[in-house]
Design a protein around this ligand. Structure first.
Ligand SMILES: Nc1ncnc2c1ncn2[C@@H]1O[C@H](COP(=O)(O)OP(=O)(O)OP(=O)(O)O)[C@@H](O)[C@H]1O
Length: 235
């Protein structure tokens, strides 16, 4: 398993943002769902070594997020919810910078391929600050996958994309999920049905469901995924 999470807890003040959660994940697309404030981003930040947990353990590709953060970062691609980008850099320049950080071999060819994969071609010569929200999102995704990581953590990767762009990016995520372990958070149930093999639903820091999509629907006959989500999280 590429991701192992055991009894993971994050406390802010007196609030348990993540409350004793455990799960594992291997290749495929795992949907990470939950209402606002459920603890999704906090879990993702712990997995990517951006914030330390209060207790419990997490590892990525066998490396502990607390004690082996460099090894984890080498193997993980992360698109944070806020998608922080260097707005004064040109698209290609920013990808060159990220390729340098990760010492990507044959960087020019890799950048060309990634620009093609993420549909950035028409905008590649612009400054990032001049891009529309959807194209900025593509740059964030391109940066996350540039070093060909085994594990991808994507926090609401399709927010801001128009319906045409959505199809392309969801297809890309599905393709990447054939060989990589992807954890993807989203509020769009249609997206979960389109790209995820399995879903974890988290509410108030706790896991309230962890199953394949087929498993979730057969355990809740006659209910849509949206109804299942509301039923499990609306208390
Ligand atoms: N740095 C922080 N300091 C204090 N509380 C925090 C901090 N970061 C997150 N929290 C709290 O932890 C809880 C979980 O937040 P988190 O961002 O993980 O939720 P989320 O599931 O990603 O929500 P959303 O869907 O709105 O993005 C929230 O109540 C939030 O206010």
């Amino acid at each position: 398993m590429s991701i192992r999470v055991e009894a993971l807890t994050k406390v802010y003040g007196t609030q348990h943002a993540v409350d004793n959660i455990s799960f594992t994940a291997g290749p495929g697309v795992l949907g990470f769902l939950g209402p606002n404030g459920a603890g999704k981003s906090t879990t993702m930040k712990i997995l990517t070594c951006f914030v330390p947990q209060t207790s419990g353990a997490a590892s990525v590709c066998g490396f502990d997020v607390s004690t082996q953060s460099l090894e984890v970062r080498r193997r993980i691609g992360y698109l944070p919810e806020s998608n922080p980008l260097y707005l004064d850099m040109y698209v290609k320049e920013s990808l060159g910078f990220v390729a340098g950080v990760h010492q990507v071999p044959d960087a020019a060819k890799r950048i060309k391929d990634i620009i093609e994969q993420t549909g950035l071609g028409p905008e590649q010569h612009k400054k990032i600050g001049q891009l529309s929200k959807g194209y900025k999102q593509r740059v964030g995704l391109a940066q996350a996958i540039l070093h060909d990581p085994e594990v991808l953590i994507l926090d609401e990767p399709t927010s801001g994309l128009d319906p045409n762009q959505l199809i392309g990016i969801r297809q890309l995520i599905r393709d990447l999920g054939r060989s990589k372990t992807i954890v993807l958070s989203t509020h769009i149930m249609q997206e979960v049905e389109a790209v995820c093999d399995r879903a974890i639903i988290i509410n108030k820091g706790k896991i309230v469901a962890d199953d394949t999509l087929a498993g979730l629907t057969s355990a809740n006959p006659g209910r849509t995924l949206e109804q299942i989500f509301i039923n499990l999280t609306n208390f």
